[in-house]
Design a protein around this ligand. Structure first.
Ligand code: SF4
Length: 92
């Protein structure tokens, strides 16, 4: 649980009303987007009862996995959070 112990030291500053990752409107998610519900290390992606995939970017570690996995489907908009917001990594 070494990684978890380190993750626990990170803090997250929410930029209210300005999520840095958005899932575009869709009816059926591609397999890539669907995979994010299990791949995101922060558990930001979930599937709704009607089958769409949504993201709650609070707690995002900015690892870039979702950006890479969906780069061909173009289903998400991904930007770094504004300066000062987002994950605040604490090393050591
Ligand atoms: Fe999850 Fe990483 Fe995407 Fe953030 S960048 S939502 S932590 S997969």
């Amino acid at each position: 649980a070494k990684v978890e112990e380190k993750l626990f030291q990170n803090r997250y500053l929410v930029d209210a009303g300005r999520p840095h990752i958005k899932v575009k409107a869709h009816t059926v998610p591609s397999p890539s987007l669907m995979a994010m519900t299990t791949l995101c290390p922060a558990g930001c992606y979930t599937q709704t009862e009607s089958g769409q995939v949504e993201v709650a970017a609070d707690g995002c570690l900015e690892c870039g996995t979702c950006r890479i996995v969906t780069r061909k489907t173009g289903e998400i908009e991904w930007n770094y959070p504004r300066g000062g917001f987002g994950v605040l990594y604490k090393f050591g």
